[in-house]
Design a protein around this ligand. Structure first.
Ligand SMILES: O[C@H]1[C@H](O)[C@@H](O)[C@H](O)[C@@H](O)[C@H]1O
Ligand SMILES: [Fe+2]
Ligand SMILES: [Fe+2]
Length: 303
C-alpha cells in the first residue's frame, strides 16, 4: 500500500477546456455537472430531486439523536441474523435507489461498480482500494425489504457526530433545531460528551450504512488495511472530509487516514453517472478481491 500523497492537492483544472472539467492525476475526468445538469452536491439547485432530498434531510436531522444511535449500534452490532457473501449483497442492491442523493437515481450496484472501476483505472496497484470502492455502500442493504425495515433516514445521507454540537456546514443544517439533542446542554457544546483529540473511533456518528458496514467488515475479520476501514466508516462524513469541521475530535491516525479518504471521495462522488458498468464482465475480478480480503460468508444483523 503506497502512501497517500496524491489527494486533493493534485486535482487541477484543464486550462484549455471551456467546460472547466477537473482532472485527477491518474486521468480520471471529473465532470463539471451531474446527470441532472447541476453542480455536484448542490442541495438547493432546482432539480427534480431537490424536494425529496430536502425532506429526507429534515427527517434525518430530527430523528438522529444520541440515544437513537446508541440503540442502533448495540442492536445491529450483534450480527446474528443471517450469513451472506459480499457479492450476493451487492446484487441485492440492484433494486435500491438512495433518496438522499441529489446526484444519482441509479440502482446502487451501479454506483458501487462505477466507484470501484474509476479507482481501478487510476490506482491499478491498490487492490484494497478497489474493493473498498466496491463495498463502501453495501451497508445500504439495510434498505432492502428482505433485509431490514429501516427507513431511508436511518440508512443513507451524509453522517455527522451526535453527542456534540452539529456543525453549520452539515447539509440542511436548519432542521437540527427540531432535534431534541439540539437544546440539551449535555450534547450541544463544541466537545459535548467527547474530549479534545479523542479520535473518531470514539465518536458516535449518526446511524447509517457507513457504521453498519464498518462493523460488519471488522467483526467478520476482514484483512483490509485500516485506511480501507476508515473510508467505509467515514465516507459520508462530508463536514469532516470536505469542510474540515470536527478537527478537534480527531487524532493523528485519523489525519493520516483522511488523506486516503480524500482520494477515495473523488471517485465516490464524481463517478456517479448514467453510464452503466457491465456487471458480468467485472464480476470475476471483484470476486477474487472479496476472496482475498473476506471470508466466504459474513454474519449480518438484519433487524
Ligand atoms: O456516502 C454518500 C454521501 O454521503 C451522499 O451524500 C449520500 O447522499 C449517500 O447516501 C451516501 O452514500
Ligand atoms: Fe455512502
Ligand atoms: Fe458512495
Amino acid at each position: 500500500m503506497a502512501k497517500a500523497t496524491d489527494g486533493e492537492v493534485n486535482e487541477k483544472k484543464i486550462s484549455n477546456s471551456e467546460e472547466m472539467d477537473l482532472v485527477l492525476d491518474g486521468g480520471f475526468v471529473v465532470p463539471n455537472a451531474n446527470a441532472f445538469g447541476h453542480t455536484f452536491r448542490d442541495y438547493n439547485a432546482e432539480s427534480e430531486r431537490q424536494e425529496g432530498v430536502e425532506n429526507f434531510y429534515k427527517t434525518n436531522h430530527i430523528c438522529q439523536t444520541y440515544d437513537f444511535v446508541k440503540k442502533m449500534r448495540e442492536e445491529y452490532g450483534k450480527l446474528d441474523k443471517v450469513e451472506m457473501g459480499i457479492w450476493e449483497c451487492c446484487e441485492l442492491l440492484n433494486n435500491i435507489v438512495d433518496e438522499s442523493d441529489p446526484d444519482l437515481d441509479e440502482p446502487q450496484i451501479e454506483h458501487l461498480l462505477q466507484t470501484a472501476e474509476a479507482i481501478r483505472r487510476d490506482h491499478p496497484d491498490e487492490d484494497w482500494l478497489h474493493l473498498t470502492g466496491l463495498i463502501h455502500d453495501v451497508g445500504k442493504i439495510l434498505l432492502h425489504p428482505k433485509f431490514s425495515k429501516l427507513p431511508q433516514w436511518a440508512v443513507v445521507g451524509d453522517t455527522y457526530p451526535v453527542g456534540c454540537a452539529f456543525d453549520d456546514s452539515i447539509v440542511h443544517h436548519k432542521y437540527f433545531k427540531e432535534n431534541p439533542d439540539f437544546k440539551n446542554p449535555k450534547y450541544n457544546t463544541k466537545n459535548g460528551v467527547y474530549s479534545e483529540g479523542c479520535g473518531l473511533e470514539n465518536v458516535l456518528m449518526s446511524w447509517g450504512h457507513d457504521d453498519y458496514m464498518y462493523m460488519v467488515a471488522k467483526e467478520n475479520k476482514t484483512t483490509l488495511p485500516s485506511a480501507g476501514l476508515f473510508i467505509i466508516r467515514f465516507h459520508s462524513f462530508y463536514a469532516m472530509h470536505r469542510s474540515g469541521a470536527y478537527k478537534h475530535l480527531m487524532n493523528k491516525e485519523d489525519m493520516e487516514n483522511l488523506e486516503w479518504l480524500k482520494i477515495f471521495n473523488k471517485y465516490d462522488l464524481y463517478s456517479k453517472s448514467k453510464v452503466r458498468v457491465d456487471v458480468e464482465k467485472v464480476k470475476p475480478y471483484y470476486l477474487s478481491l472479496i476472496e482475498k480480503y473476506f471470508p466466504v460468508k459474513l454474519r449480518w444483523f438484519t433487524g
